[in-house]
Design a binder for this molecule. Structure first.
Ligand code: SF4
Length: 364
């Protein structure tokens, strides 16, 4: 039976981290001299929706206390451009803080990747960061938050940051959920901790932070995610990614089958992105039939950038959509409607171009 701990964090984060991992039966996973890689969610889209540096530093000190040899923190952020990635990392003070502990930060985009070809549910070729793949212990530390496509983005999804930048977009176009599960079959994470000091609701990059003051830990990443999802307000069986991951033999997604230790699991009913969308844009009519998550992300970007300047109320995306006569059409797979509809080409379309179109700047 998979064990998952929920631990309240008081004034001593290091002590809470150590207790969380002791409760989750993780003591002894790191053997003296082991090469340890810590994988936070440092997506470069926004510091608020990122694993807290303080939690990563606590993980480094805990791994050192366990006798780890070389410890690295590695991440391959969302491909938002080198300048933005560097300023994001600098704003968090990553290099200096890790340097004081003798831990190096590795930008996976610059590192070696091991190539995998022609595997089911994956693009024809993917590259996984060699450091993450070949370390002795991978400590997987996402932040607790909702997600527009996966409902929650936690330990299972966090490993996507170990891919080459181009592979990430290919995952969105191919089918994000099965591809993420296939990636997890190739890349084990022996220790999984969810930073739930604050949870993000409404959106995975620009949502609201809700203080919870908790850490969730497990050796089973699916089980950790099931508890994190339940804490958000999504009970067992409501998160398709976790059902798929469990079916692939990666862990247990049914909370009632878990050995829960520590604090009680109290669901918080955080706002999901779909509900936030309806609340923010009550007049918006979105027809989405079969769209990839990349197209949905471009639409979210466009809506956020456009704000109150939006002039379009009907939008269609996804290959099977049948756009209304006055709908804005998004994405190349609806190109058969380009002659008759205002549209944004691209697969996926660019978020800035979507924003311009939402302001009525694009015609058929
Ligand atoms: S244009 Fe179509 S195929 Fe391309 S990302 Fe969008 S929904 Fe997917």
């Amino acid at each position: 039976m998979s064990r998952v701990s929920i631990t309240k964090v008081g004034t001593d984060l290091d002590a809470a981290f150590a207790l969380a991992l002791e409760r989750a039966d993780c003591v002894g996973v790191i053997k003296p001299g082991h090469r340890v890689v810590i994988k936070p969610n440092w997506n470069a889209c926004g510091v608020e929706g990122s694993t807290k540096l303080a939690v990563v530093l606590a993980a480094c000190r805990w791994a050192q206390a366990q006798g780890a040899g070389e410890i690295s923190v590695g991440e391959g952020p969302v491909p938002v451009g080198r300048e933005k990635i560097e300023s994001y990392l600098a704003s968090m003070g990553v290099q200096a803080a890790l340097g004081r502990l003798g831990v190096r930060f590795v930008l996976f985009d610059d590192a070696e990747h091991v190539l995998f070809r022609d595997l089911p549910d994956l693009p024809p070729e993917i590259g996984i960061a060699q450091l993450a793949l070949e370390c002795d212990v991978l400590i997987n530390i996402p932040i607790l938050k909702v997600h527009s496509c996966c409902l929650t983005t936690l330990c299972v999804k966090n490993l996507k940051g170990c891919l080459r930048p181009a592979d990430k977009m290919a995952f969105h176009q191919l089918g994000l959920l099965p591809a993420v599960v296939a990636l997890n079959r190739l890349l084990p994470s022996q220790i999984n901790v969810i930073d739930a000091l604050e949870a993000m609701e409404g959106d995975h990059n620009r949502g609201r932070l809700v203080p919870l003051g908790l850490l969730i830990a497990s050796r089973d990443r699916v089980a950790a995610d099931a508890v994190g999802s339940a804490l958000i307000g999504l009970p067992s069986g409501k998160v398709p990614l976790l059902k798929l991951a469990a079916a692939a033999g990666l862990g247990e997604h049914r909370v009632e089958k878990l050995d829960l230790v520590g604090e009680a699991l109290v669901p918080q009913r955080l706002e999901l992105p779909q509900d936030a969308l309806k609340r923010h844009y009550p007049d918006l009519d979105i027809q989405d039939d079969g769209a990839c998550s990349a197209c949905r992300a471009a639409l979210m970007d466009g809506l956020y950038t456009t704000g109150r300047n939006r002039k379009i109320a009907k939008i269609a995306l996804g290959a099977q959509s049948k756009p209304a006569a006055d709908a804005l059409v998004l994405g190349q797979c609806l190109s058969r409607h380009f002659a008759t509809h205002a549209h944004v080409p691209g697969c996926p379309p660019d978020g800035t171009a979507v924003a311009r179109a939402l302001q009525g700047e694009t015609k058929a």
